[in-house]
Write a protein that binds this ligand. Structure first.
Ligand SMILES: NC(=O)C1=CN([C@@H]2O[C@H](COP(=O)(O)OP(=O)(O)OC[C@H]3O[C@@H](n4cnc5c(N)ncnc54)[C@H](OP(=O)(O)O)[C@@H]3O)[C@@H](O)[C@H]2O)C=CC1
Ligand SMILES: O=C(O)[C@@H]1CCC=N1
Length: 272
């Protein structure tokens, strides 16, 4: 894998997942710098030899790649701190922010030439991330390859040619771990009075989720419906459970939730 010096602006949940994921894959800690205004976030990197130079101008000037990892609502204010002091023309700028377009990033950092918008997810921490990527026309092939390698090191990647599809990637990947966690939380709550120990409940649920996901990955020839049907005996226990989901319009609820995610991402594009 190509190795470049990277500065992360923002060292929160998603930056941590990417950085710790990269470190676990052998990316040199000395090539990573994290800037965050919270000492508690920086402390998480202290034992990893990751640089924590907090003079942003200095850190940015030394870096070949800049990962913008602040919340969308903080992006304009953050970029204003260094937009005029730092020349971005020879740097690759990667933004992981939901709903911030490449056009908006070009406005915020006028000297930037190469901008890639990505939508990762927190399973990058355990090398099982899913990242969507969109590059502007100005980004050359070697820089695209670098971004691809960086996020491939912590999971799977998916390029899109149409930037609008980044909203859909957010619904399918960026936000979706939370849907699965919610589902597992609900299952755990349903078993709270079962007499099973909390650790047993968690084991039962996490291993079943892992096993189900692995069945999907290992059996590309089987549709998701087929996999579901293979568990569902006629007149049996699974059918009884699925019937309740159906009665409460589970599929429609999921569709509405994902649509809300897409709509919020589109709204953020106008807002920030
Ligand atoms: N969390 C996730 O699962 C995913 C997040 N994303 C995107 O990643 C980005 C970051 O999200 P997330 O990691 O969850 O957010 P966090 O709030 O956990 O992390 C952002 C960090 O940046 C800090 N920060 C904000 N402004 C500055 C600044 N000017 N200088 C230095 N540090 C600053 C924040 O400090 P403070 O708390 O004081 O504001 C915070 O510590 C967002 O744009 C989000 O859309 C994308 C995919 C998935
Ligand atoms: O909730 C959010 O806005 C961010 C983007 C995708 C996941 N977390």
């Amino acid at each position: 894998m190509q190795q470049k010096s990277i500065v992360f602006i923002g060292g929160g949940n998603m930056a941590q997942a990417i950085i710790f994921g990269l470190l676990s894959k052998g990316y040199p800690a000395q090539l990573i710098n994290v800037c965050d205004r919270n000492p508690s976030k920086l402390a998480l990197f202290a034992h990893k030899e990751v640089a924590i130079e907090q003079d942003k101008e200095k850190a940015l000037q030394q870096a070949e790649v800049v990962v913008l990892a602040v919340k969308p609502q903080a992006m304009a204010e953050t970029c204003a701190e260094f937009a005029s002091a730092v020349d971005f023309s020879d740097k690759l700028v990667i933004s992981i922010a939901a709903g911030i377009s490449c056009a908006r990033l070009a406005q915020l950092l006028p000297s930037a030439q190469a901008i890639i918008r990505v939508m990762p997810n927190t399973p990058a921490l355990v090398s099982e991330g899913m990242t969507g990527l969109f590059a502007t026309e100005q980004v050359n092939l070697p820089l695209k390859q670098f971004a691809q390698q960086l996020f491939s090191a912590v999971g799977q990647i998916c390029w899109v040619d149409d930037e609008q599809q980044m909203h859909h990637i957010t619904a399918a990947a960026g936000s979706s771990p939370a849907y699965f966690f919610l589902f597992m939380e609900a299952m755990a709550q349903a078993l709270a009075d079962s007499g099973l120990e909390p650790e047993q409940i968690r084991l039962l649920i996490q291993q079943s989720a892992l096993g189900a996901a692995k069945m999907v990955v290992d059996n590309p020839q089987l549709s998701l419906s087929q996999l579901r049907e293979n568990v569902t005996s006629k007149g049996g226990t699974t059918a009884a459970a699925l019937q309740v989901f159906q009665q409460h319009q589970f599929t429609q609820q999921v569709q509405q939730a994902m649509q809300a995610c897409i709509a919020r991402s589109q709204q953020m594009e106008k807002q920030f």
